[in-house]
Each structure stands twice: as C-alpha cells, then as structure tokens.
Write a protein that binds this ligand. Structure first.
Ligand code: FUB
Length: 323
C-alpha cells in the first residue's frame, strides 16, 4: 500500500499538475470537526487550502502552507471542497467550490503569480457556475475548459433547469427503468480564465451500445470528481461513481464529448469518497487519489497518495504492477 504524500495534515481530492518542472498537488485540506456525519456531506467542513509539491515521484514533498482561506473569499459561507489549478498567460488560477450565503455550491477562482500561491480570490463566484469539483483542462491549442458537478451534497440534481431546486437537496438522484443518469458539466473558459465563455453544457457518457449510461447503473454512472486528460490524441474523462466507490473513465474524440465508458481505474479504497487526478511526468503517468488508511477509516479525514498507471495498446488504463 503506498504511503500518504504527507501525514502532518489530512489531504484529499488531489488535483496534480506539472508546473515549472515539478509536480504540484492541489488537495482539499480535511479537518476534524464535531459536525454529525450525514449523506449531505456536512462533515466535510474544510476551511482552507494548502498546496503540495514534489520534484520527483517518491521524493520529498513540500507543503507550501495556506494558499487561500475561506474567510478571505467574500462570497463563501463554508465548505471549501475539491479544488483544481491551471496556468495560462503567466498566471496561476485556483478553482474551488464552496457554499455561498444561501447554502448553494458555486465555483470561484483565485489568481496568483506562483503555482503555490498565494491566490487572490475574485469577489464573486464564476457567473453561471454551480455544484462542485471543478477540474480545469487546457488543450494543446490553448483553449481551456472547466468540468464540474457532483451529486447528493454536491447539489447537481438541484440543477435540472437554470434555477436551483432546493427540494432536490440532499442524497437524491434520478432512478427508474431507462432513466438516464445525471451528466457532468463543462464550460469553455474565457481567455482570462476567470469566467465562462460558453453556456454550461452536459457531457454525454455512453455505454458500448452508444446509449447514455442509465441512472440505476451505479457502477458506471457519473457521481462526482471530474478529471480530464489527453493521452495519444484521445480525451479521457474520469470520475467517481460515488456510492459504489469506483474511479472510472470514458474516452472521446473531443474535450466536449461524447465519451464512451472505458473501464475502472481504481477499485474502492478505505473510506466513502474516492477522487483523483491523472498527470504525466517525465514520460510516466500517475494517478493521484486519496484513502482513509491514516485516519483508520474516518470518511472525512483522508490522505493523498499516488500510484503509477499504464496504458495498453488499446489505450485501456490499469495500475502499473510494480509501484
Ligand atoms: O472533499 C469533499 C468532497 O468529497 C469532494 O468535493 C468530493 O469529490 C468528495 O471527495
């Protein structure tokens, strides 16, 4: 079993990128609270972000300290959940979900000059954003995208129209014979990376027959933890299946989909949530993920780990045998 990247704090939801020749990891910073556990995720009550970096896999990990605090973001009321980062135009952008003053999850952006921050937040969330788990992707042509969405406490099921439906809050989602699953979202990012330059679109995840994955197919339907990477000219959209605890992926020809389900990357880990990122570093590919081994199974006290992954000749992903 791999060791956590760091043990002096709990970390989760790792978004890894190679910036300036090093691996930078943007995790959630889990903390102990006395909030009652529930299926709405209230116990995930994080209040700041730290940025980690490492010069090589297996090498020492630096905790760069606090990069952004909830109290520094005017629109945030609570719950700094899974973040991501991107670079463009010589700046670094931290994307983060949090609840606003009405308890609705929105996505914010904060800007810095260095990969480790500090980051200065925009005073309002990104207009048109909602739900959780932003994942940025800058394509080879320089066009940037923001993927997002998460069910249950992440409120994606409250957004079947452009108005928030509070009656769908909590651990709810569609179900029933033939009913399609809720779809993750994507928006094109503006040139300055701080707003959406397109409508929010749904990303289709299809089965081998070309049909949308169904809501009752909990082993394959999207739940949360979107990630996008490109391998061998193809777009890999990966995600968590939530209550069945798999990390799964789907492959497409365009960053906007459609994507065809491709398989599982990781079986369930200790803990309820599973969340990840995939990054290439010096010719090898790595999966960053979390589990609850360090906290001995406390669901909201997680630790980030990494493992090498490999692709077969058909582009299918598996964990490398030797770690
Ligand atoms: O860390 C809080 C939430 O738990 C994340 O936003 C989800 O992806 C899940 O990991």
């Amino acid at each position: 079993m791999p060791d956590p990247l760091v043990t002096h704090i709990y970390t989760a939801d790792p978004s890894a990128h190679v910036f300036e020749g090093k691996i930078y990891v943007y995790p959630s910073h889990d903390r102990e609270t006395d909030i009652q556990f529930n299926d709405n995720g209230d116990q995930y009550d994080m209040a700041d972000y730290h940025v980690l970096s490492l010069g090589e896999p297996g090498g020492p990990v630096t905790d760069h300290g606090v990069a952004l605090r909830a109290e520094d973001v005017p629109w945030v009321s609570k719950q700094l959940w899974a973040p991501d980062a991107a670079t463009k135009n010589g700046k670094y952008y931290l994307y983060f979900p949090a609840r606003d003053s009405e308890g609705i999850f929105r996505i914010g952006v904060a800007v810095g000059d260095r990969p480790e921050g500090p980051f200065t937040p925009d005073p309002e969330p990104i207009k048109g954003s909602y739900s959780i788990d932003p994942a940025s992707f800058v394509d080879d042509d320089g066009q940037a995208y923001l993927y997002f969405g998460g069910l249950w406490g992440g409120q994606l099921q409250c957004w079947t129209t452009d108005k928030f439906d509070a009656s769908m809050g909590g651990p709810k989602e569609p179900s029933g014979e033939g009913v399609p699953a809720l779809l993750p979202r994507v928006a094109v990012l503006s040139e300055d990376m701080r707003s959406f330059a397109s409508e929010v679109k749904e990303l289709q995840i299809l089965d081998e027959q070309g049909e949308l994955i169904k809501a009752d197919d909990h082993d394959r339907r999207f739940f949360e933890a979107a990630w996008m990477h490109k391998y061998d000219g193809k777009y890999y959209f990966s995600y968590s299946t939530g209550d069945t605890h798999y990390l799964a992926y789907a492959v497409g020809e365009s960053p906007l989909g459609p994507f065809t389900y491709g398989g599982r990357i990781l079986e369930p880990v200790l803990g309820w949530t599973t969340h990840h990122s995939i990054v290439e570093f010096q010719g090898k590919w790595y999966l960053f993920y979390h589990d609850c081994e360090l906290s001995k199974g406390v669901d909201h006290l997680r630790s980030v780990k990494m493992r090498e992954i490999v692709y077969d000749a058909d582009g299918k992903i598996s964990l490398a045998e030797k770690q």
